[in-house]
Ligand binder design. Structure first.
Ligand code: ATP
Length: 586
């Protein structure tokens, strides 16, 4: 999709608002024509060469009325502009966010969260700005055409002499804004390196002291600052030069008119009013060239921003960005979909996985051709050495990574989109590194779920979290996470487990849940899960004895493939990989 097609599709989302906006701004830009003509009359009247019968008072009143009308138009123009911009920006952000949320969870964005946030903010702003400036570019062209027509009719030669050189000078200055942008980008980069270095220094004070690296760190900081000083100086110098060209262009033009008009004014063919009109329009024509150049620059920047937004789509159709959807800006919001209850027959009977394959494009590692069967009430442990593919297997199964090959069947029925299917109440998952939010413990567990009587308490007990609750200052209402009480690794894991249990799902998937637990707590946890899971199937990634001992079936992974599967006793006899894991722990 070309940038033009992209902008046009966005514009059509709210075409009427865009047309109103374009109308308002065309009138705003055309409005100075009137005071220009009135000023001409005013001076012609004073010098006695006006063919019209207006008095001075009437002209002043008309000038005031024209100014007032322009003010009203500007207010209207800003309202339409803000309303229009906000809607297309909101549509872009909505479409992008929806796409990110639909992508497999572990690969939702192809860059760091900071970069993605900057795209959501700055790239969308850039697109808004470009569409909004297209209105100005059109309106300013209308103004330039009308004013040139009037001036040429007064004195064609003078118009050419004054405006042509001016257009050339200002256009050249405008073109050099490309250079300004280069300097601007360099100065921003240098500034971000300095701030980055400050943040690194603050976060690693201890390492710097331990390594005795104070002097070297300060030297590096000085070098970065020097770099920034140079970049900023170039940026400021270029900026000031351009400013001075633009602000002096009008003065130089006025001087040119004075020089050229002297003779014609003496013989009366060029009136004082004509002079006033030329000077008046000069200002606006200079602004027109400046702003038109700005629009062209924005258009170029918009192409870059569009490219960055498309990168976030990770290969999906670029038209996804501009699809039309309601924004719900007024009135009541639609209710979010409630977590559906499973109807009889949808409950897990058996989940069959055949030939599951996912290899990371970056390393070519992952899992290949994995088969497994999870029956109702079963307890399956996936084990293997570090890097054997255990996490990749559960993530690909749950649709958090895009499966490259394989067949999943829930009670014999093929599973279409695993990412949408393996969610509560069908399935719940505790990742290896749980993510907690700065909120109360209760909200961290519930994540918006409205629990039935006793549901939260049951989940807390299953997760063996109740002894910790007693020690937290406000119990379930204690704020935890980055801005609250910091939980230990084991407490965080059990909070995440409670979050999973409270959803009372049919399939419970644990990725190394017990890795931060002491032996006693871990034993208690498996015991409670066993008594309280009410027929749910468990799929557990672990290499710990307590989990292996509980398993009905163990799947041993080696280099991304199933090395063996079976019961603990038989595997301890037949499988070398499991034996080494089991006895190593001992
Ligand atoms: N994001 C990634 N990009 C590229 N390669 C990856 C990525 N994540 C994991 N891998 C590679 O895929 C292989 C399997 O990794 P995985 O995390 O599934 O192993 P694991 O058995 O769960 O290990 P652990 O016991 O440490 O959790 C490893 O060789 C790893 O280096």
């Amino acid at each position: 999709m070309t940038t033009f097609a992209f902008l046009w599709k966005l514009t059509r989302y709210r075409l009427i608002l865009y047309i109103l906006n374009a109308l308002a701004w065309t009138l705003i830009y055309l409005a100075p024509i009137v005071p220009g003509l009135l000023t001409k009359q005013f001076f012609d009247l004073l010098s006695g060469s006006s063919p019209y019968g207006f008095g001075v008072g009437a002209l002043i009143a008309l000038l005031l009325a024209a100014a007032l009308a322009r003010v009203v138009l500007i207010v209207f123009g800003f309202i339409t502009d803000v309303q229009f911009r906000f809607r297309i920006g909101a549509l872009l952000r909505r479409n992008l966010l929806r796409h990110v949320l639909k992508e497999p969870g572990a690969k939702a964005i192809p860059c760091s969260p900071g970069e993605a946030i900057s795209s959501f903010r700055d790239d969308v702003d850039q697109v808004e700005e470009t569409v909004s400036w297209s209105v100005d570019a059109f309106a300013m062209t209308c103004f330039a055409a009308v004013s040139c027509f009037i001036l040429i009719r007064i004195n064609a030669q003078m118009t050419m002499w004054v405006f042509l050189p001016l257009v050339v000078v200002v256009s050249i200055a405008q073109l050099s804004t490309a250079m300004l942008q280069k300097y601007r980008a360099a100065s921003r980069e240098a500034t971000s390196q300095v701030t980055g270095a400050i943040s690194e220094m603050f976060s690693s004070v201890q390492s710097i002291q331990v390594a005795g690296a104070e002097d070297r760190v300060i030297d590096r900081f000085k070098a970065l600052n020097e770099n920034r000083r140079e970049a900023m100086l170039k940026d400021k110098l270029m900026n000031s030069m351009l400013d001075s060209v633009f602000s002096n262009a009008v003065n130089i033009g006025t001087g040119l008119i004075l020089l050229l008009a002297a003779q014609s004014m003496r013989d009366g063919s060029f009136t004082v009013g004509d002079f006033a009109l030329f000077v008046y329009y000069l200002n606006f024509v200079t602004q027109f060239i400046q702003n038109f150049g700005k629009f062209l620059t924005y258009f170029k920047q918009c192409t870059v921003s569009k490219g960055r937004l498309e990168t976030l789509l990770q290969g999906a159709e670029p038209t996804k960005l501009t699809e039309y959807h309601p924004l719900y800006l007024r009135g009541t919001l639609p209710e979010p979909e409630a977590e559906a209850r499973l109807t009889p027959g949808q409950e897990l009977d058996v989940l069959e996985v055949r030939g599951l394959t996912y290899r990371y494009p970056e390393t070519g590692r992952g899992v290949e051709g994995v088969d497994l069967t999870l029956a109702r009430g079963s307890f399956t442990v996936i084990t293997g050495r570090v890097g054997s593919g255990k996490t990749t297997l559960v993530r690909a199964l749950l649709g958090l990574l895009p499966m490259q090959a394989g067949d999943l069947r829930w009670n014999g029925e093929p599973v279409g989109a695993p990412g949408d299917f393996f969610v509560p109440p069908r399935s719940a998952y505790t990742p290896q590194i749980p993510r907690l939010y700065s909120d109360t413990l209760a909200n961290n567990i519930l994540l918006g779920l409205v629990p039935e009587q006793g549901q939260l308490e049951r989940a807390i007990r299953s997760a063996v979290l109740e002894p910790d609750l007693e020690r937290l200052p406000l119990g379930l209402e204690t704020v935890i996470g980055p801005r609250g009480v910091k939980l230990s690794g084991g407490q965080a894991q059990r909070t995440a487990a409670a979050r999973m249990f409270v959803r009372e799902a049919e399939l419970l998937v644990f990725d190394d849940l017990s890795s931060a637990l002491d032996v006693d707590t871990e034993r208690k946890l498996w015991e409670r899960i066993e008594t309280q899971r009410q027929g749910a199937a468990c799929l557990v990634v672990s290499h710990r004895k307590a989990a292996l001992a509980q398993a009905d079936r163990i799947i041993v992974l080696k280099n991304g493939r199933v090395d063996a599967s079976g019961k603990l006793e038989e595997l301890l006899e037949t499988n070398e990989e499991l034996r080494s894991l089991w006895y190593r722990e001992e």
